[in-house]
Design a protein around this ligand. Sequence first.
Ligand code: SAH
Length: 241
Amino acid sequence: MKRFLALGAFLLFCFAFPAEAGEFDAARQRMVKEVLADAAETASYIGSSSFNPAVVRAMGKVERHRFVPSGLVSLAYLNRPLPIGHGQTISQPYIVALMTDLMKVKPGEKVLEIGTGSGYQAAILAELAVSVYSIEIVEALGREAGARLKALGYRNVRTKVGDGYYGWPEAAPFDAIMVTAAASHVPPPLIKQLKPGGRMVIPLGTHFLTQSLMLVEKRKDGSITSRQILPVRFVPLTGGH
Ligand code: SAH
């Protein structure tokens, strides 16, 4: 009986575990293909038919199934947003890749994310070898994401719970800022915390159907330009501002 159990455990270890890991890997590579197909389809909006190879590598590496609620793991590699509790969502992989690509971050740069949510977007940024600062307003989500990122070994991500509208003045200025919730206007504190030459990606618009993903740039002389990229649908930026 003992021997039988040991053999069973051995077989389980040999077959079940690698099969599961392999299954996720294949699903993730399929997700990346879909993201790239979406990029090609939206080339006229985004100004390029593909994403930077470093962004594609990060999308192929970060295990999205570790960032979704346990009941939704089987849906983790669909190219769609998923609920993460507290009325919030983990963004669609194509949107994560697009927003990351638009930031044009280089290794060593400092990046601020508003809306940590699950921590998935922060992990993608961390894979680009930048230092990441991420703020979440829902305490439970912020704490969970912080613990998750730590457990996954991301040492270049700092998280905190608070209202991201006001940015992270102690860590400013940033080379790039990403807001992952829709705002009615670009928060002036975030403009202030952006370095000259820096980029900000932010969905603007109050109603779910009329939001636009904007690329805001601060020129070296401090002047601001902005460009509308794509119609999008994000949860709203909340807080007391
Ligand atoms: N980037 C996340 C997706 C987050 S959805 C991910 O990869 O999973 C948007 C997040 O923004 C939500 O978690 C929401 O709670 C948060 N949020 C909304 N308003 C905020 C604010 N004022 N400051 C910080 N976070 C905010």
